[in-house]
Design a protein around this ligand. Structure first.
Ligand code: SF4
Length: 274
């Protein structure tokens, strides 16, 4: 059962701290996709919600339109701490209304989602300068998706959405993130998507203390054979070259196949995005 409310905000725009973006828009607070590894759960403490992450959704409300003079040609990301295409977007159409404004502002929009609902707005993407749409995958295994990302679109729907976007001339990307040690098959993510994608980003599982226990409980319950690896990587204070080696392996694999890929782990763990 989800609690839905509207919440007034002064502006939809936040100045971006993410390299490469001028602004970030999070149309909603909360995310019904309810991914077990969601790093955005920290947002809960700013909202006063007592519900679990994924069980509440605040729909932001602001009557001040986005200003073309301010946004012309700026790089705007949707979204960093929610998914702009959660299932309730179908009803509220808030992301769509914001995209209509961004299109009029001629902003350069980057969208990161796990939902095929995004295909609804393909007409707008076609009218935007330098628009890029990215889907994130931790795995192409649908049973993993059902366990770890219960509210997100099935894997096959995301891959099909990439195909439709690519065939419509929209720039597409895949964020292979977060990669779960011993579980995520990154080669399979590439194999199933590379015909429709111009670039990749990869990041590892980032176990912040706030949700480490939840993720480890998930691993213990569903992937117990990998638990020793998770203990070694996340519970021991010993240095590990696991991420460096994995990053190097992905980089070499992609270079050999002329696949454009950025690795956000190993030396720096800087991935941001849903
Ligand atoms: S889709 Fe993104 S923001 Fe939503 S729960 Fe999953 S990781 Fe969090």
């Amino acid at each position: 059962m989800i609690t839905i409310a509207t919440t007034p905000v002064k502006t939809y725009l936040s100045k971006s701290k993410i390299p490469g973006f001028d602004y970030v828009i999070n149309p909603y607070i909360g995310c019904p996709h309810k991914c077990v590894y969601c790093y955005a759960e920290y947002m809960r403490k700013f909202t006063g919600h007592s519900e679990e992450w994924g069980d509440f959704l605040d729909v932001k409300e602001c009557n001040i339109p986005l200003r073309p003079g301010k946004l012309f040609r700026t790089r705007v990301m949707l979204s960093s701490v929610t998914d702009p295409y959660n299932p309730y977007e179908k009803q509220y159409q808030l992301t769509r209304r914001l995209l209509e404004q961004l299109q009029r502002c001629q902003a350069r929009v980057y969208i990161l989602t796990k939902s095929a609902l995004l295909l609804r707005d393909i007409d707008l993407f076609k009218q935007m300068p330098d628009c890029e749409v990215a889907f994130s995958f931790s795995s192409t295994d649908e049973s993993f998706r059902q366990l770890a990302e219960p509210g997100a679109s099935p894997v096959a729907e995301r891959i099909n959405a990439l195909k439709v976007l690519h065939e419509s001339g929209i720039k597409t990307a895949v964020m292979g993130a977060p990669l779960f040690p011993g579980i995520s098959d990154w080669k399979e993510i590439i194999a199933q998507t590379h015909s429709f994608v111009s670039r990749y980003g990869f990041d590892g599982l980032n176990m912040r203390p706030a949700y480490q226990r939840k993720v480890l409980a998930f691993i213990e319950q569903h992937y117990p054979q990998t638990l020793p690896l998770y203990s070694a990587l996340f519970l021991k204070d010993e240095p590990t070259d696991y991420w460096k080696k994995l990053g190097d392996e992905i980089q070499t694999y992609c270079q050999n196949r002329q696949i454009r890929a950025e690795i956000y782990f190993g030396s720096s763990r800087s991935y941001s995005g849903n």
